[in-house]
Write a protein that binds this ligand. Structure first.
Ligand SMILES: NC(=O)c1ccc[n+]([C@@H]2O[C@H](COP(=O)([O-])OP(=O)(O)OC[C@H]3O[C@@H](n4cnc5c(N)ncnc54)[C@H](O)[C@@H]3O)[C@@H](O)[C@H]2O)c1
Length: 393
């Protein structure tokens, strides 16, 4: 796999080049990324000629980085600031209503631009609010966490948690652009960086080859992340996404494999009520998916070991809280948005770098086959979950 995409170009003649990728996963929307990407914001906004600029953020992010953002914009704009509290629990209907109300009260028009400034929570709820107001006003995503920079902005999913499940209300809606400045991640807690790095390892497992080897090297010694390492992690993570986007630009079939580890992961994230971060929950979800694939005879033990080797290099992933039961997971997995009819559907791997396509067995070639979802019975999942729980005790 190539680590550099032909569509990625350096566009700043500085020592720290900002790269740009026009993502097919997001309708060609430009993602500007790397050290210094935020400096492009004033010109980007000037080009959009907004009557008003609104910044949506959370209180924590804004206390850390709001002043520098306002300073950057001050020669041209005096934005309205809308803040919500921080955390996954805030990705909820009452905050969506609050944000929409505030946007109208403060005079948003169809010519305004919303800048969502924060982690995945702010980007998801702010993206949804901007997409609903007047059936959609222009918005720019400025992710400030490694998770949001390497993952959230690479899809155009906007949403909130609702009715007992994650991301149950939302829309596909494309921002004008995303600006991912790796410098913001320097203030993130180490735990959050490690959790975000899980997605990087997940994609390395999905893609295999050079991506897997690079991830193994990256995590061979790292206890912390320097600024240069954060930049490398961001660039590598986006390179993985480029590869997947090339394979499936509409994220309808192969692109779905990005959800590897997310079926149980989302259930754990939801049930832990914030005690497990998204990436930490996906880490456990991948371990379960690997064991499930092995149990079903899809993934040979050598490949499972290869997956486990990379995952074992991730440091500091907390265990599953012991008040979460296997029964709760099973109930929660039934609410997964990949669910088909009454059955459960999982992304499973045949090998590192090779996703299982259930119709392979029926003689349909992977090129013709669009489905990467493997149907799984509840008792099979139950057995694997019980084994995983026992091993964790
Ligand atoms: N395709 C998608 O839309 C997609 C993909 C992956 C994850 N998500 C969603 O993203 C969310 C997780 O995103 P997240 O991990 O960014 O969580 P988050 O937005 O909750 O941010 C985590 C914490 O970090 C703080 N923070 C943000 N930037 C910071 C910075 N630069 N320095 C210090 N602290 C900072 C926030 O205030 C918050 O307390 C979940 O809701 C998940 O469902 C969406």
């Amino acid at each position: 796999m190539k680590m550099q995409d032909p569509a990625v170009t350096g566009n700043m003649p500085s020592a720290s080049p900002v790269l740009t990728w026009n993502s097919p996963l997001t309708g060609g929307m430009p993602i500007h990324f790397g050290k210094g990407a935020i400096d492009l914001l004033p010109d980007l906004l000037l080009g959009l000629k907004p009557d008003r600029v609104f910044i949506l953020s959370d209180q924590h992010v804004f206390s850390l980085h709001g002043a520098s953002l306002l300073q950057l914009l001050s020669p041209h704009f005096a934005p309205e600031i809308l803040l919500i509290a921080e955390g996954e629990g805030e990705k909820k209907m009452s905050n969506l209503e609050f944000l929409c109300n505030q946007l109208f009260e403060r005079g948003i028009t169809k010519s305004s631009v919303v800048v969502n400034f924060g982690g995945g929570v702010v980007l998801n709820i702010g993206g949804l609010a901007a997409s609903l107001v007047y059936r959609g006003v222009r918005f720019v995503q400025v992710p400030t966490t490694l998770m949001a920079q390497s993952d959230v902005i690479v899809s155009n999913k906007q949403g909130i948690n609702f009715a007992g499940g994650k991301n149950r209300l939302g829309v596909f809606s494309t921002p004008v652009a995303a600006l991912a400045d790796s410098r913001y991640c320097a203030t993130e807690p180490l735990r959050h960086l490690r959790a975000a790095a899980v997605e990087y390892c997940k994609n390395a497992i999905l893609l295999g080859g050079a991506h897997y080897e690079e991830a193994l090297r990256f995590f061979s010694v790292k206890e912390t992340f320097s600024e240069a390492q954060l930049e490398r992690l961001l660039v590598n993570s986006l390179a993985q996404k480029f590869e997947i986007a090339r394979l499936d630009p509409k994220e309808k079939s192969l692109g779905l494999m990005l959800e590897y580890g997310h079926t149980v992961g989302h259930a754990l994230e939801w049930l832990s009520q914030g005690r497990l971060l998204h990436g930490e929950a996906v880490y456990h979800g991948m371990n379960v998916a690997g064991q499930l694939a092995h149990h079903l005879g899809i993934m040979p033990v050598e490949e499972l070991k290869k997956q486990s080797l990379l995952l074992s290099r991730l440091r500091g992933i907390p265990p599953i809280p012991n008040d979460i039961s296997v029964g709760q997971i099973l109930t929660s997995v039934q609410r997964d948005n990949k669910k088909v009819g009454k059955g459960m559907a999982f992304i499973l791997m045949k090998a590192v770098g090779q996703v299982n396509m259930p119709q392979d067995a029926r003689g349909v070639s992977p090129a013709q086959n669009e489905s990467v979802l493997t149907p799984v019975c509840e008792f099979q999942l139950n057995k694997v979950l019980l084994e995983y729980w026992d091993a964790l005790l």
